[in-house]
Design a binder for this molecule. Structure first.
Ligand code: CMC
Length: 431
């Protein structure tokens, strides 16, 4: 652990303040700048939070240089290989792996909360069939806040637990209902004897006119994808949930704000953008021209699914998803998927190109996930809702951690004002 001390000095007056170091169990410590304004009369400036911690947290750890991701201390690779999404949900929320009884009870509770209030379902009638699924997800999840007045005493741990169970259980039902709205098919009710991912697949793809057979390969692949998306510490959508939640707002409303933040192409929306990019490139022979456009920054074209604020090495999730892609495509008899071929070519070129090497740009979680979703028959505009389904547990865990912490204060950043200086109002006739 670093023994160094840090201080800030006003070079004009010589006034100096010490910055206490906040250290965690592992990883980079943070210098506490909370008293800088009081003592030195200046703010610290860090748009995009490149060097700024917004909180302490015990949920997820990332070492971006080494490509390490731990949920509650457990490497994501081990969880993806050996655990299940439901067990990872328990771990993420509670901090420890469950006993067999705890797991069975938790699983049962999630299965029992999958249905939507029938009145809530009517919200879907207000949307146009061509609304983006993420727009509907944001609206419908926000409207959950109008239904659960019985459990919104944020100070009550039991209420916080029921909120998390409801959110995790209902988010697949909402995502499937959103999909059904876009294709004009009747909603399919959840079937609680099915596991989490199988239930979601059935709600998306079953129709009343014929039986639906769940493909275990598809259900397993989805389960692994959800594990990989479960949490990612203080990313944009989680920070949005925390920021909204810091005001003491209704937790369902806070989750809705997280879904809105996830939608953007720099964040969860990148999985949709990757598939659009692969479709646009179309053929391996067009890859060099596309890469030139990226490197020349023509109209801001980026290699979607590449780069990350924190990972300056392989995103460990991308490695697992690439392996999963091969497995799933093989199991579904789609080994020669042209999109996979294109993606592998793009990756190979990028990893050997100075532009990407110098900027430490590697494939991220979104680069290969879309190829799996597509192989499972999930349409492109549903990719980001799938991300939202997996990430909901992370949002709930962070909201819970923040809300349970008695030292939490409203998140209220400061600014450097660059507008007009003070001036006098002139009546309109004199302008
Ligand atoms: N393609 C081409 N150039 C890139 C890319 C990319 N995907 N990403 C970053 N760069 C360049 C960027 O132009 C800049 O170059 P220069 O130094 O010459 O100005 C340099 O790399 C640093 O980029 P930045 O935008 O300052 O980095 P950031 O940390 O602010 O942004 C990012 C991170 C993920 C938004 C960005 O890498 C990006 O836009 N990637 C594509 C979108 C994407 O895949 N997002 C999913 C992220 S992972 C899942 C999730 O968070 O939901």
């Amino acid at each position: 652990m670093s023994k160094a001390t840090y201080s800030l000095v006003n070079n004009e007056t010589g006034e100096k303040i010490e910055l206490p170091l906040i250290t965690g169990t592992i990883g980079t410590p943070g210098a506490d700048v909370g008293k800088v304004y009081d003592k030195l009369g200046i703010f610290t400036y860090d748009p995009g939070f490149t060097s700024t911690c917004s909180t302490k947290s015990a949920i997820t750890y990332i070492d971006g240089d080494e490509g390490v991701l731990l949920y509650r201390g457990y490497p994501v690779e081990q969880l993806a290989e050996k655990s299940s999404f439901i067990e990872v949900c328990y771990l993420t929320l509670h901090g420890e792996l469950p006993s067999a009884t705890q797991l069975a009870e938790f699983d049962q509770s999630i299965r029992r909360h999958t249905m939507l209030n029938e009145s809530l379902r009517k919200f879907f009638d207000g949307f146009n069939y061509d609304a983006h699924p993420m727009a509907m997800m944001t609206g419908v999840v926000g409207s959950l806040s109008a239904f659960y007045h019985d459990t919104t005493n944020n100070k009550d741990p039991k209420h916080r637990e029921i909120f998390a169970h409801r959110m995790i259980a209902k988010i697949p039902t909402i995502a499937a209902a959103v999909y059904k709205k876009t294709v004009g098919q009747p909603f399919v009710y959840p079937k609680n004897d099915l596991d989490y991912s199988s239930n979601l697949l059935r709600m998306m793809f079953a129709v009343p006119a014929e039986e639906y057979e769940i493909n275990p390969v598809a259900a397993k692949a989805l389960d692994v994808l959800f594990i990989l998306h479960a949490d990612h510490e203080q990313n944009a959508s989680t920070s949005t949930v925390r920021m909204a939640g810091s005001t003491g707002t209704n937790p369902y409303a806070a989750i809705s704000s997280g879904i809105a933040a996830l939608w953007g192409p720099s964040h969860g929306g990148a999985n949709e953008a990757v598939l659009e990019m692969l479709n646009e490139i179309g053929d391996v022979k067009h890859v060099p021209a596309f890469m030139q456009k990226v490197k020349d920054k023509v109209e801001g074209v980026r290699l979607m699914g590449f780069g990350h604020r924190v990972y300056k090495n392989f995103d460990p999730r991308a490695k697992i998803i690439r392996e999963q892609c091969h497995k799933v495509l093989k199991a579904l008899g789609k080994e020669n998927d042209p999109k996979m071929e294109l993606a592998l070519k793009l990756e190979e070129i990028a990893l050997n190109d100075d532009y990407f090497k110098q900027r430490k740009l590697y494939p991220n979680v979104d680069f290969y996930s879309g190829i799996i979703y597509e192989a499972l028959g999930i349409p492109v505009n549903m990719f980001t809702p799938m991300f939202a389904v997996g990430r909901t547990v992370g949002w709930c865990a962070h909201w819970n951690e923040m809300t349970a912490d008695s030292t939490t204060r409203i998140a209220r950043p400061r600014q450097v004002y660059t507008g007009a200086a003070v001036r006098d109002y002139t009546p309109v006739a004199q302008r």
